[in-house]
Structures are given as structure tokens and as C-alpha cells.
Design a binder for this molecule. Structure first.
Ligand code: ASP
Length: 415
């Protein structure tokens, strides 16, 4: 096994997981062989995700502090954060515009009616939050006692605290040289752990995909086929055409070269449906295979994993229009603008965990008076759709790190 490269092992795990899943889905689900195999798959995949989550918080913290502290000059620091935010914002706008245009043209809910889903919706209680409440909640979650944030896995607060500490180190200058050194060494150690965890990736990914394919609900997939096809099609268009095109235009890197370097992260994102759990792998790919400098990757990628979600933004917009189709409401241009803005907020506010977009979906639906209970219709197919949107979310972070690296390399008068 050691002769085969990790990349190939992961690819093998992916193919085997999907094939086994299909095979299992055709056999009797109640048989003890299937039950036992699914049990083992569940244990292996949980172990893999637990290990990734174990290193997540220390990794986010140290990589951001080191990343920001290494941007020694203020001017370089400004360019990185401005470039990063500009990239995140503009690609998210593109994703939502793509989603809204496609949903308007293709009408994914046509032919279906909300009454067809009465059973699913009955008894479903969506967590509702008004826009001001959501905003207050979001603001409140930005700043937290760092020890509590570290202990409670609150990635966003950890990102913010690490950013502030990194900026303080830049401002403080030479006087504080030991802390960056310490963080740098700590980060190095965590990355060694990530390397070890990655050896389990082929098995973890195989187990995750096997479960996903073996337990999918074919009935619902057929009823909602058009919606699913539109969402997956547009998400792929963004991931396969828009993002690679931006990357090529800015850096000259070809899509093939990018995908070869990014594939471990993309496959892990697909299998785990979690940008946060994938983050250690994303950083690993950015630095090892795509040669993004640690200062840039350490800043752009953890920040992106929490707030740059093109796939989620696009999905929220398409899903809102789908629900509008179901209830027979034609959304006006103004209402679509509201969907646009709330989809953006909802994707920035969604944490990088499975189905997080479903929780923030309530906000988008409510903003234009659509029934929040319709989330019950979207939930059963979410496991499938989440795979694609998380992959594009992670792809956006990797493309962002390469683009920002290019931007700052073009403007280095004092280096
Ligand atoms: N699962 C997505 C992610 O981790 C978030 C979402 O549900 O849209 O990136």
C-alpha cells in the first residue's frame, strides 16, 4: 500500500466507496451483513472526522496568527485583507446571480405543488429568526472570550481573535518576536499531525461515500429531480467554469493543474460536507501542492472556510425560488434583490458544518414571506446537495488563496 501515493489511495477510496454504496443499496438493507458493514463504515468515518476536528481549532488559531504576523509590512497586510474580502465578495455575487438567473429561466419547482409535500411538512418546526435577530446573533458571535471560543469550537470567534492578535503582532513589531516563533513551531507540529490524519483519509472517505450512496432515498430524489439537477448543474458551472476561469485569468494556472493540486481537499469536502472539517486538508493542499505561501494560505483559507461559501449562497437563492414556485408565488425584482442580500448574509453566517445552510435558509425564506416549513421538503435531499456545494465552497477558498497570492506578488515595492 505504501508504494501507492496518498492521492491515488484517496481516489481509490472514492471509487470503491461509491461502488460499494451502490451495491449495498441494491441488497436487502435489513440483512446483518449490510447492517454490520454500515456500522463499521460509520465508526471509521466518525473517527476520521473526529481526528480532523481535533486539529481544527489549534490549526485555525496558529495559522491565522502566523499568517498575519508574517505579513510584516502594514501595506502588505492591507493588500491581503482587502484582496481577500474583494475576492470573497465578488465570487459570491457571481454565484448568487448565476443561481437566480438559472432558477428564473428553468423554474425548478414547476410541475410540483406544496400540497404534494404535506406529509413531510407536518410536525416540522423550523427555527425561525427575523433578519434583525439574525444580524444581532451574528454580530454577537464575532467576539467571544477566546478561551471559551477555543473550547466550544466557535470557529468564527477564534478567527477574529487570531486576526486581532496577528495584527497586534505586526503593529508591536520586533518587541514581540517570541510569540510568532512559538506559534510557528506549534503550527508546524499540528501540520505533522495533519499529515498523519491524512493517511486515514482514503478509508474515511470510502466509509463516508459508501454510507451516503447506500442509504439515499430514491423516491424523493425522483420527485425532486429537476430541482436537484438545477442545483447540481449550476453549482458545477460555478465550480468547473467560473472559478477556474477567474483563476486562469488572474494567475495563468490551468484548471487541470489546479484540480490535481486541490483534489484531496475537494474529495474530502465532498465526502464530509463540512468546510470546517476539511480545513486541515485544504491548508495542506494549498501549501504542499499549490505552493501558496503560508502567510497567505494561513489567512485566506481559514477565513474562507467560515465566510466564503459560494456553493451555499447559490443554493440558498435557487432554493428560495424553488419554494416560491411550489407555493405559486412570482417573486418581484425587488423581492429577488432581498433574496440576493439575505442569501449572501446567510452563507456568510453559516458555519462550515453539514447542512448548516439549511438552518440559515429560514432567514432567506422569511425575508420574502415564503413558508419556512418548506425547509422540511429540502432537508431529505440536502445530504446529496450539500456534497456539491461544500466542494465548491472549499474550491473557492483555494482559488482565493492563489488569486490573493498573485495580487500581492505584483505589488511588492519594498521586498
Ligand atoms: N456544508 C457546507 C459547508 O460546510 C455549509 C452548508 O450547509 O451550506 O461548507
Amino acid at each position: 500500500m505504501s508504494k501507492i501515493s496518498l492521492n491515488t489511495q484517496i481516489l481509490l477510496g472514492t471509487v470503491l466507496g461509491i461502488l460499494l454504496g451502490f451495491w449495498f443499496s441494491m441488497l436487502d438493507q435489513e440483512s446483518s451483513v449490510i447492517q454490520n458493514s454500515l456500522y463499521v463504515a460509520k465508526l471509521v468515518s466518525a473517527l476520521f472526522i473526529d481526528l480532523l476536528r481535533m486539529v481544527l481549532i489549534p490549526l485555525v488559531f496558529t495559522s491565522i496568527v502566523v499568517g498575519v504576523a508574517n505579513l510584516r509590512s502594514h501595506q502588505q497586510m492591507n493588500r491581503v485583507w482587502q484582496g481577500t474580502l474583494f475576492f470573497f465578495f465578488s465570487t459570491m455575487v457571481l454565484a448568487i446571480v448565476l443561481g437566480l438567473t438559472a432558477a428564473n429561466l428553468l423554474q425548478p419547482g414547476s410541475g410540483l405543488q406544496i400540497t404534494m409535500f404535506q406529509d413531510v411538512m407536518q410536525g416540522f418546526q423550523a427555527t425561525q429568526m427575523s433578519l434583525p435577530e439574525f444580524f444581532a446573533h451574528f454580530l454577537h458571535s464575532l467576539f467571544q472570550n477566546p478561551i471559551a471560543a477555543l473550547a466550544q469550537d466557535n470557529v468564527l470567534s477564534v478567527v477574529i481573535f487570531a486576526l486581532l492578535l496577528g495584527i497586534a503582532l505586526v503593529v508591536g513589531g520586533e518587541r514581540y518576536r517570541n510569540i510568532p516563533l512559538l506559534m510557528q513551531e506549534f503550527l508546524g507540529l499540528i501540520l505533522i499531525l495533519v499529515g498523519w490524519i491524512m493517511r486515514l483519509a482514503p478509508f474515511g472517505i470510502m466509509a463516508l461515500l459508501m454510507q451516503l450512496v447506500a442509504t439515499h432515498d430514491t423516491g424523493l430524489l425522483t420527485t425532486m429531480a429537476k430541482f436537484i439537477a438545477v442545483v447540481i448543474g449550476i453549482t458545477l458551472l460555478h465550480g468547473v467554469v467560473v472559478l477556474p476561469l477567474i483563476l486562469y485569468l488572474v494567475t495563468g494556472m490551468t484548471p487541470i493543474k489546479f484540480w490535481l493540486g486541490a483534489r484531496e481537499a475537494l474529495i474530502t469536502a465532498f465526502a464530509t460536507s463540512s468546510s470546517a472539517a476539511t480545513l486541515p486538508v485544504t491548508l495542506h493542499c494549498a501549501e504542499q501542492y499549490l505552493h501558496v505561501k503560508r502567510d497567505v494560505a494561513g489567512f485566506v483559507i481559514p477565513l474562507g472556510a467560515t465566510m466564503n461559501m459560494d456553493g451555499t449562497a447559490l443554493y440558498e437563492a435557487v432554493a428560495a425560488l424553488f419554494v416560491a414556485n411550489l407555493v405559486g408565488i412570482e417573486l418581484s425584482l425587488l423581492q429577488q434583490m432581498i433574496v440576493f442580500l439575505t442569501a449572501m448574509m446567510a452563507s456568510i453566517g453559516a458555519p462550515g458544518i453539514p447542512s448548516a445552510g439549511m438552518v440559515t435558509m429560514a432567514l432567506v425564506l422569511q425575508s420574502v414571506g415564503l413558508p419556512v416549513e418548506a425547509i422540511a421538503i429540502l432537508l431529505p435531499v440536502d445530504r446529496i446537495l450539500d456534497t456539491f456545494r461544500t466542494t465548491v465552497n472549499v474550491e473557492g477558498d483555494l482559488v482565493g488563496s492563489l488569486v490573493v497570492q498573485k495580487w500581492i506578488s505584483e505589488d511588492k515595492p519594498n521586498e
